[in-house]
Design a protein around this ligand. Structure first.
Ligand SMILES: [Zn+2]
Length: 529
């Protein structure tokens, strides 16, 4: 039987309809049904208005969200997935982890593969490695390294959505970091990819080497104990981020080229960023789930699974990052999923200076952020409020204070106004914000606005089914990336991804006990045109 909403061009693909009382559409979280023809959403209708002839899949009151977009993922493919007998993360495992967490689009960083994605030949090698391997759609940033600015226009023409650079050693010798003269050369080339302020973005790891080197030398001179987390934290001071961001703001303004600050960890840079954004400098900002969930005070000495750069900072800093998300000073949340073979975390020695810097977390970010956002605010001290006021951010509203561990939750979904949460917003608003931070905003960064990250007419039919109330504890069996080593193991979370759909077909099914991947890897590259 033919459905009346089938166009001539889609004779071969039956239309599908999906509905729930809680669908995140452009109108907010509302009862709705959306109609999918082939791979795209062709219509979003009110819940009762099921097209004639369609038998909708009804998800009751489970939440239907647009597929998430993680614009900051490190995949070691090609070149490192089987090197020297110790495999790093490949497309297959990374994309399974993504699908399990509702991430339907990931954007790979250019440094962890061999060859590094710094020219078109390397991009072609990446495409070959991904072929038939990815469970979700993907793109890759091009790399900006010393002496290779000439390669950038060709990479842009070949379809990368933007570029990534480091202002400090990247951890990968083959991916050199750049100083201001090199940045200027690169920005001159990148500027040519678009009109003022609208060209491809340059993503920057914003830490300067000088403050880090100075701090490290001072620590070594006094015989610092590198098993202590406090030593590592002291070795990567806030100043390294603040000074790098000041430089990047200056360059974004001068070159009228978008610069994106990846993994902002230091709240001390927020006033600078707010001021620059306020006067129209094209600069965007992300923070990562780990900076919003963990706090330096809670990290055990020697627990190098928590090592990332910049480092996870103190509780007061974390609260200021949350405040910045809530007031729009931070645009988005990514994972910076950056795993390694377990031996490289050197857990037996517990030396923070020797361990690989990178946290494995792909697939967990949605419940982590949802849990953090809907949990009672973490106890705030006078010091925290003073810190936020010092940085020019509004103190978070008065809240009932409860300890972080064993946190209790307000009832969720008690009508439109139910659930007092962090920042005093309700559950509906929280879901909307999460979809903005984790789907729509990173989709815009990657040049995918309207196609990815929204449930709307014309968008790819990428979505996830979310049970916001399911409580669970993270165990290795929940992790679908290659090596089950993550600081989130043991975390008590709320909210589970039950299904993930990519372009109209289900790719993941999980009920909290078992998890499965459906069909075969059909993710494709999102080539910018
Ligand atoms: Zn990264």
């Amino acid at each position: 039987m033919c459905c009346p909403f089938l166009g001539d061009e889609s004779k071969n693909s039956m239309a599908q309809a999906f509905r729930s009382t809680r669908v995140l559409t452009l109108q907010g979280l509302v009862p709705a049904v959306f109609v999918v023809e082939g791979e795209r959403i062709v219509e979003v209708r009110s819940w009762k208005d099921v097209p004639a002839g369609a038998q909708p899949r009804d998800f009751g009151d489970l939440v239907l969200l647009p597929g998430l977009v993680d614009s900051h993922v490190h995949i070691n493919d090609p070149g490192r997935t089987d090197s020297e007998g110790v495999g790093w993360e490949g497309f297959s495992t990374a994309s399974r982890a993504a699908a399990s967490g509702g991430v339907t689009t990931l954007v790979d960083m250019p440094l962890n593969c061999v060859p590094e994605t710094i020219d078109v030949n390397a991009l072609e090698a990446k495409r070959a490695a991904a072929k038939g391997q990815s469970w979700v759609d993907w793109a890759t940033w091009g790399g900006v390294v010393r002496g290779k600015a000439e390669a950038l226009p060709a990479l842009a023409a070949a379809g990368v959505p933007g570029f990534k650079c480091f202002l400090i050693h990247s951890g990968i010798d083959g991916f050199s970091w750049v100083d201001e003269p090199e940045l200027r050369l690169a920005l001159g080339k990148i500027r040519e990819t678009g009109r003022r302020g609208t060209g491809l973005p340059l993503l920057a790891h914003a830490e300067l080497a000088r403050p880090v080197n100075a701090a490290t030398e001072a620590l070594n001179a006094t015989g610092a104990n590198w098993r202590k987390y406090s030593t590592y934290l002291a070795s990567r001071p806030d100043a390294a981020e603040v000074e790098a961001i000041a430089l990047l703001i200056r360059l974004a303004e001068e070159f009228e080229t978008p610069i994106h600050i990846v993994h902002l960890a230091s709240a001390q840079a927020l006033p600078l960023l707010a001021e620059a954004r306020g006067r129209g400098v094209p600069i965007t900002v992300e923070s990562c789930a780990q900076y919003l969930w963990f706090a330096a005070e809670e990290i055990p000495d020697g627990a190098t699974e928590f090592k990332c750069a910049p480092p996870i900072r103190e509780r007061a800093n974390r609260e200021a990052l949350w405040a910045a998300l809530e007031n729009g000073s931070i645009d988005m949340i990514t994972t910076d999923h950056s795993p390694c073979p377990p031996a490289m975390k050197r857990r037996d020695e517990g030396r923070w200076d020797l361990a690989w810097g990178g946290i494995a977390s792909l697939g967990l970010a949605l419940p982590v952020v949802w849990t953090a956002l809907t949990r009672n605010k973490i106890p705030s001290s006078t010091k925290q409020h003073a810190a936020m006021e010092f940085h020019g951010l509004p103190p978070i509203g008065q809240k009932q204070e409860r300890p972080m561990d064993g946190a209790q939750f307000h009832p969720l979904w008690v009508g439109e106004d139910g659930g007092v949460e962090r920042g005093g917003v309700n559950s509906t608003a929280s879901i909307q914000r999460i979809a903005e931070w984790m789907a729509a905003a990173p989709a815009r960064l990657a040049g995918l606005a309207g196609r990815k990250g929204v449930l709307a007419e014309g968008a790819d039919a990428d979505f996830l089914v979310f049970d916001p109330d399911a409580a669970w504890t993270v165990a290795p069996k929940h992790l679908h990336f290659r090596h089950k080593l993550s600081p989130y193991i043991g975390a008590e979370l709320r909210g589970r991804v039950l299904q993930t759909w990519l372009r109209g077909e289900q790719v993941f099914s999980g009920d909290g006990v078992s998890a499965g991947f459906v069909g075969s890897p059909r993710g494709r590259e999102l080539v910018r045109r």
